[in-house]
Structures are given as C-alpha cells and as structure tokens.
Design a protein around this ligand. Structure first.
Ligand SMILES: Cc1cc2nc3c(=O)[nH]c(=O)nc-3n(C[C@H](O)[C@H](O)[C@H](O)COP(=O)(O)O)c2cc1C
Length: 179
C-alpha cells in the first residue's frame, strides 16, 4: 500500500471484532517494523510485551486499564505493553546524561518504534489504539517487567468493528515556522 494511503487510513479504533484473531505472523511483522526505527546511537532500548492469551488479556484489561480503556479494547485480541530500558538512550557510556533531556530520549525512541508498529499494522489491515492512561504499577506486577525499564503505553490491536471519523488535524502552517 502506498505510504500516504497508510498515513490516511490509520486511526484510533475503540471497537474490535471479538472473534477475529491476529495471527502470530502478523504480530511478528509489526514488531519487525518497529525494529527498523532509528534510535539514539542505535541503542534500541524499546521493549514489547505481547499479550494474546484470554486469561492474560482479561487480567490486564480488568486490573491495569481504567474502565473506559478496558471498554475501548473489550474485544481487542492483542495488547502490546511498550517500555524502554532506562539510562541508555540519551546517555554517555559512563552513565551521565548527554543533555538536559536524559531519559526522555528513551521515550522518544520508543515513540518512533511504535509509530512504525502501528503504521505497519494499518498496512496489514489491522486497527490499533495507543493507550497512555493505564496503571504502570499493575503492569510491572502482572507481567514481571524489570524496574530497569520504564513502561510507557499499551497498544491494542485487532480488526475494527466500525469506521469512525478521524479527529481534525492542524495544518502545516499551524505547527511550523519557516525561516
Ligand atoms: C501517547 C498517546 C496516548 C493516548 N492515550 C489514549 C488513551 O488512553 N485512551 C484513548 O482512548 N485514546 C488514547 N490515545 C489516542 C488519541 O486520542 C488519538 O490518537 C487522537 O485523538 C488522534 O486520533 P487518531 O489516532 O484517530 O488519528 C492516545 C494517543 C497517544 C499518541
């Protein structure tokens, strides 16, 4: 699919077809696309926790998502918890931050990875929802994620059950100054 078409096709989906699973091959393709993203000194600190089993999906939706996001993703067959390894991206070898942004570079790199992941999902005919409103403490606990990592978003993926409108966007003139 042409890149522009993928950009226009992707939108947040908050209702999924319950019995339409996502194949492991498709999940692998999404993760492979994420790995192609650039990162600080190629540090590649993005990490993914892919949940597809019914019991773990229920547990995470019930315990680690607020009710409105649990409802948004009620029938989503895949949840991907995304994190980054702390103190590497944006840091020198001796452990000092390279500039004032410190670990924000880890979040920056993860965002680039996640953009690849959701755009690849769109190309493959899937729909996604990034969720920043989630209970990180519960996710550390349920998934046994190391405290060396910062949990960022949970991304739901599946096949959408309706064709919602994409919210309006600013124009290039609204967001850019030209010199
Ligand atoms: C970092 C981030 C966090 C978000 N968190 C949530 C969330 O917790 N729940 C939700 O329903 N949507 C969430 N969204 C989706 C945004 O509301 C959505 O991307 C935005 O309204 C633009 O719509 P579009 O994705 O359809 O283009 C989040 C998006 C981003 C990028």
């Amino acid at each position: 699919m042409e890149f522009q078409k993928i950009l226009e096709k992707r939108k947040s989906t908050r209702k999924y077809i319950a019995d339409k699973k996502v194949s492991p091959e498709i999940i692998h393709e999404m993760l492979s696309a994420a790995t192609l993203a650039p990162s600080w000194k190629n540090s590649q600190t993005a990490r993914y926790y892919v949940i597809t089993s019914d019991d773990m999906l229920s547990k995470v939706k019930e315990q680690a998502l607020p009710p409105f996001n649990a409802n948004n993703t009620k029938d989503a067959p895949v949840l991907i918890v995304t994190s980054y390894v702390k103190n590497r991206s944006g840091f020198e070898k001796d452990g000092t931050p390279s500039n004032e942004l410190g670990n924000q570079w880890g979040a920056y790199d993860l965002g680039l990875h996640n953009a690849n992941l959701i755009l690849k999902a769109a190309e493959l005919g899937l729909d996604t929802l990034i969720m920043g409103i989630r209970n990180a403490e519960k996710l550390y606990e349920i998934l046994g994620i190391s405290r060396d990592e910062t949990i960022v978003s949970v991304i739901a993926a599946g096949y959408g059950d309706y064709d919602n409108e994409r919210p309006k966007r600013k124009t290039p003139e609204d967001i850019a100054k030209f010199f």
